[in-house]
Design a binder for this molecule. Structure first.
Ligand code: SF4
Ligand code: ZN
Length: 301
């Protein structure tokens, strides 16, 4: 079968649009889609430095690949950051992959270990949580968000870019809806223009399956080994359910994404709270103490 945009052999069939694309036209379409999302939400302004969060997984390496191409013809710069949680065996492989890839792309790269920032590796903090009051990923995720904010400030970045895709957004929306956590739905709005440090997700309008194909067709090296603490809980079931729906109703994820956007914008307006400073560390938060200080106290108790 021929590519619909040139005479090369088609390598990808985009069911929701009915297009057949060769590898090159497919990759160009991902670049164009990402550029459209960035421009639609004013994600990056002229002259800004973008801190790209690169874990070593397919999404973050694909994002780094796409943004490094864009940075060559646009007026912004990028700097890759990897957070080292201190998970023996697992993180080391990813760090090697990211280091080599950044050298290949000519992108500056810095590693920030939890141990340096919080005085504890993830494994050490999990030992203090032996009765499993908190899940590994909730401890790790809270530390990671703070570590990324710190890294971005250290390198003088204006924005943090992460590789979250459209499927991640839909799954998170369903999880928040099922758990009754409507406040969190308001945080899903891709417009973060009012935040001091903006968080952007340039792949938020792209299916996960397309990121996988982009990584594959561009020979991107990525870590396939899962984290030993991974506990996706209900997320895997939701992913499978949404993929099943998409298989029988092409484009249904795109439709759902548009609904999620409208709902999250409404929720954001409804639960807008004034930011105050954490009484302990001074970080911006919405309670008396921030989530990191609260977690450290909980782990000590
Ligand atoms: Fe951290 Fe959980 Fe990710 Fe492992 S799977 S790196 S524990 S958030
Ligand atoms: Zn083509």
């Amino acid at each position: 079968m021929k590519c619909d945009r040139c005479q090369n052999t088609a390598a990808y069939s985009r069911k929701y649009s009915g297009e057949s694309l060769c590898s090159e036209c497919f990759s160009n379409s991902i670049l164009r889609k990402t550029a459209r999302t960035i421009s639609k939400y004013n994600m990056i302004q002229n002259g800004e430095l973008v801190c790209v969060a690169v874990s070593g997984g397919k999404d973050s390496l694909a994002l780094l690949h796409v943004l490094s191409k864009m940075a060559k013809n646009h007026n912004f710069r990028i700097h890759a950051v990897t957070i080292d949680e201190g998970i023996p065996g697992y993180r080391d492989e990813a760090l090697d992959i990211v280091r080599d890839f950044c050298v290949r792309l000519g992108v500056e790269h810095t590693i920030y270990p939890y141990k340096d920032l919080f005085g504890l590796t993830l494994d050490e903090s999990l030992k203090q949580n032996e009765d499993d009051r908190l899940s590994s990923c909730s401890i790790c995720g809270t530390f990671r968000r703070r570590a990324m904010d710190h890294a971005a400030m250290q390198i003088g970045a204006d924005i943090i870019a992460t590789g979250h895709n459209l499927d991640d957004t839909l799954q998170t929306f369903v999880i928040n809806t099922l758990s009754g956590d409507t406040n969190k739905i308001g945080w899903m709005d891709p417009d973060t223009s009012n935040n001091t440090l903006r968080k952007i997700k340039p792949f938020c309008e792209i299916y996960e399956s397309e990121i996988v194909f982009y990584a594959f067709t561009n020979n991107l090296p990525f870590q396939t080994e899962p984290c030993p603490h991974t506990n996706e809980g209900i997320r895997t079931e939701i992913r499978e359910f949404l993929n099943k729906l998409e298989n029988s109703h092409s484009g249904i994820k795109n439709n759902m994404y548009r609904s999620v956007l409208k709902i999250s914008q409404t929720m954001k307006d409804a639960n807008h709270k004034e930011k105050i400073k954490c009484a302990n560390c001074g970080a911006e938060c919405t309670g008396k103490v921030c989530s990191v200080c609260k977690m450290i106290v909980d782990l000590r108790d």
